[in-house]
Design a protein around this ligand. Structure first.
Ligand code: FES
Length: 246
């Protein structure tokens, strides 16, 4: 591998010091074998600038903390190899979420709101019996639930979404994927009308303009447009049913 000198142009702003305006700051670093953007950022922080802020926990595309805009596209720093990037790499924080500082954003508040608003737990009147044998579920249903559960709440789909970037009230793909997860689950006894109240609106499933960036950029490759289509179909059926009742 030929040695390359990489140039990083990184967004800098700390809300604690608003008198220093947002700016792009450049750093240079020699590329090493197998270097990820996460490793590069750590080296920049350790060797050149200890004030650089960014988030990480797992370093293995599991926790979702290191999502950022990498050359204009949302992605995980720990999953992005510099060998796949040009010599010049621009890094910015994910849009839509509240900026903590530099590349660090607060996705926690957004996802907590999602979990509260979607009531992200199994709704059932059945009383839990610890002695009972587990109920069986057919494999395709279990697989469909597992697919939706693979979301690591990184926020890439939200940062990539044109509608979410324009409208603060738009729920976005992660939200609709969570709803799909509970709609699929036969243990959840919520009536469709209850889901309709949450996502059957312009803020929800009918606000998507179908640009599909969420689907293209999900680091876990969750078929988000498929999930959205599933929820939209259910909500449209529900709306038709209600119209006929009138
Ligand atoms: S550090 Fe956990 S996903 Fe990148």
């Amino acid at each position: 591998m030929a040695d390359r000198l990489l140039t990083f142009s990184i967004f800098r702003y700390n809300p604690i010091t608003p008198e220093i305006p947002p700016r792009m700051q450049e750093y240079q670093l020699e590329e090493t074998m197998g270097m990820s953007l996460f490793i590069a950022l750590n080296r920049l922080r350790e060797e050149l600038d200890p004030s650089l802020m960014f988030d990480f926990v797992c370093r293995a595309a599991i926790c979702g903390s290191c999502a950022m805009l990498i050359n204009g596209r949302p992605g995980l720093a720990c999953k992005t190899l510099t060998q796949d990037m040009p010599d010049r790499i621009t890094v910015m924080p994910l849009p839509v979420f509240k900026l903590v500082g530099d590349l660090s954003v607060d996705t926690g508040v957004w996802f907590r709101h999602l979990n509260v608003r979607t009531e992200a737990w199994i709704h059932t009147d059945k009383v839990f019996n610890p002695e009972a044998i587990e109920e069986r579920m057919d494999n395709p249903t279990a697989q469909a639930i597992y697919d939706a559960e693979r979301c690591i709440e990184c926020g890439c789909c939200i940062g990539a979404c044109a509608t979410a970037n324009m409208r603060a009230d738009f729920m976005g793909a992660a939200f609709l994927n969570r709803i799909a997860r509970f709609m699929i689950d036969p243990r959840d006894e919520r009536p469709m009308a209850q889901y309709f109240d949450v996502v059957g609106t312009d803020e929800g499933v009918f606000g998507c303009i179908g640009l599909m960036a969420c689907d293209d950029l999900c680091p876990m490759e969750i078929p988000l447009q498929g999930q959205l289509a599933f929820v939209r179909r259910k909500m449209a059926q529900m709306a038709l049913k209600c119209a006929r009742c009138k």
